[in-house]
Ligand binder design. Structure first.
Ligand SMILES: [Zn+2]
Length: 423
């Protein structure tokens, strides 16, 4: 098994039945032992079990509803030893909400309660999730196109870490040596794990088989440059196995190095261009217009979740304020009031005509901006809502970024609801 795994590079054959470009991110394959004492438990999110003679260290818990199956797999096929500790790679709900299940399973076996280890900023993250649970539930229904009844934050079982660290921590667990490294990247509370004994790297969501989630339009700040730094530090360890937060494991030294460094390059390129633009006195929209976008043609850099443009906006947000440079947008009127005045002055028809022309010319962005004035300025204009619905249906079909598609689908849903109301 181990030898075969070492020769295996990227096995996407058993990816779920999804469009090929999405298969890797949502990959749920068989579990496998990748090296002595290291088991990759493919799940959502992935879990790694380091299995010693007398104990097990788990890296992440997966999302609660997958944890039972993951534990069963571990017990049936790899180890019966007690879970000594669980390390959180970061506090996102798809990585940590199975902790209660793991603790309950230990109690049932008569084992000691596993220690929960995480970066010191996991706890403030959980506090924030509690403070803004309803907001995050709402936002997630848009980002992931979920039914409104889904409440992943209100219903999240958050088990706070018992052991925290700041910059780094070296320890022995289950008879093996581990380095826990803190980084900021997708989140501010990240831990990536290095096991020097078998040269296994657990990246958490610092590597997830798609263009980095360093720009998410729905969520709090990400850290593109720190993320690139972390990827370069990981590559310097020369891992034999890369076990990511999502998607399949990679067990080929050359591929791992290329995957880590090309991702770092993308982030650094976007980061440095935005900073150069800011220092050059440019406003955000001009920076975006003038960007020389890095290539995303590697299988692990496809912009199927986040989008490099979002990363650029996020870098600007890290270093700048919210003002866009337009004096009218400093202490502005509500956009609906502006639209009402404009549509009142011109009438809706010429704006909608111009929008249809833009659509025919293939300029869906401009068409959407134009229709936006009418749907806001004349909220009962049926034609505007029909066009709004059709434009975003078209853009949903063309767009690869799941985060962008989420917003587009929400626009379609809003238009459909409005049209039903208008009869
Ligand atoms: Zn994740």
């Amino acid at each position: 098994m181990t030898q075969q795994s070492q020769n295996q590079q990227i096995d996407m054959a058993s990816a779920r039945d999804l469009p090929p470009e999405q298969a890797a991110f949502f990959y749920l394959g068989p579990s496998k032992q990748v090296a002595e004492g290291a088991v990759f438990l493919s799940s959502f999110a992935n879990v790694t079990a380091f299995t010693g003679d007398d104990g097990v260290l788990l890296i992440d818990t997966s999302q609660e509803r997958f944890t039972g199956r993951m534990l069963q797999d571990l017990r049936d096929n790899y180890s019966k030893a007690p879970v000594e500790a669980v390390v959180y790679t970061h506090g996102h709900v798809d990585h940590v909400t199975g902790a209660d299940t793991i603790i309950a399973a230990a109690a049932e076996r008569g084992d000691r309660r596993p220690r929960i280890i995480g970066h010191r900023d996991v706890a403030p993250r959980f506090d924030r999730y509690r403070l803004t649970a309803a907001h995050n539930d709402h936002i997630n229904t848009i980002q992931f196109n979920l039914p409104p009844a889904t409440k992943p934050f209100t219903n999240a079982a958050l088990t706070y870490p018992d052991v925290t660290y700041d910059q780094g921590m070296e320890t022995r667990i289950a008879g093996m040596t581990f380095e826990f490294h803190h980084a900021r990247g997708e989140t501010d509370d990240e831990t990536w794990v290095w096991c020097p004994d078998n040269r296994v790297l657990c990246t958490g969501d610092t590597f997830v088989w798609c263009s980095p989630n360093a720009g998410n339009p729905y969520k709090v700040q990400r850290y593109a440059r720190d993320w690139a730094d972390a990827l370069e530090k990981m590559a310097a360890k020369k891992p034999l196995h890369l076990l990511p937060g999502h998607g399949p494991a990679i067990s080929d030294e050359g591929t791992i190095e290329e995957a880590l460094l090309s991702t770092a390059h993308l982030l650094r390129s976007v980061h440095d261009q935005v900073v150069a633009g800011m220092n050059g006195g440019k406003w955000l929209e001009d920076i975006i217009r003038d960007m020389d976008w890095p290539a995303t043609d590697k299988p692990w850099l496809q912009p199927i979740y986040d989008h490099p443009e979002f990363v650029a906006r996020n870098v600007y947000r890290l270093y700048g304020g919210w003002w866009n440079g337009d004096a009218a947008d400093m202490l502005p009127a509500h956009s609906h009031d502006v639209a009402a005045v404009l549509v009142g002055a011109t009438g809706a028809a010429p704006i909608l005509d111009r929008a249809r022309k833009a659509r025919e010319d293939g300029d869906l962005q401009i068409a959407c901006h134009l229709v936006d004035f009418v749907r806001k300025g004349e909220p009962d204009n049926k034609e505007a809502w029909e066009l709004w619905r059709d434009l975003f249906t078209e853009r949903t079909a063309e767009e690869r970024s799941l985060m962008a598609r989420g917003a587009f689908k929400a626009a379609v849903r809003e238009a459909e609801a409005k049209l039903q109301q208008l009869g």
